[in-house]
Design a protein around this ligand. Sequence first.
Ligand SMILES: [Zn+2]
Length: 197
Amino acid sequence: MKPWMLKIFVVLALVILATIFTLSFFADQANAETKQSQKKLKTKMNSIKKVEKTEEEWKQELTEKQFHILRKAGTERPFGKEYDEFKKQGGGKYLCAGCGSELFTSETKFDSKCGWPSFFDPADAKNVNTFEDFHLGYLRTEVRCAVCDGHLGHVFKGEGFDTPTDKRYCINGAILRFVPFETEAKATSKEENKSEL
Ligand SMILES: [Zn+2]
């Protein structure tokens, strides 16, 4: 091999090595960016995941009545103070007392005279799940919060109420957190609303 050929060979080898090094550097960077965006996506998914707590944690956070209804599928007595309050409330949202998810709004509330707060449609269907319930020996449709899986009440169909859906979401008032529309805009943090319970 002549010396000039050796020089060309060395230069070529250096160029190839430099190219490989540069390419792998950018590949690493792209990989890091992908990992970062995956991490962000995971964080977002975690932020909308279901609320799961132990029985002890729920007991500490909820009132005795709310715990009985939400976690033990209990029912408040009809025509209680929650029902009176419900009838007096104006425009606003009804949030789950367990997790704060929006369940209903005043736009779908109606007076069924049954003794419990009634709505003809959930505010945000994804926050409300329904299940078949045979606890009383006949089929009823149980309504549960889709986020914290808390029991809310039952839904009855075809009762002849003059509502757009002919459905009555019969919901326990004690587990609804009412947030009037006008104060919602002023509220700076969800924690402040919680203390109003
Ligand atoms: Zn909930």
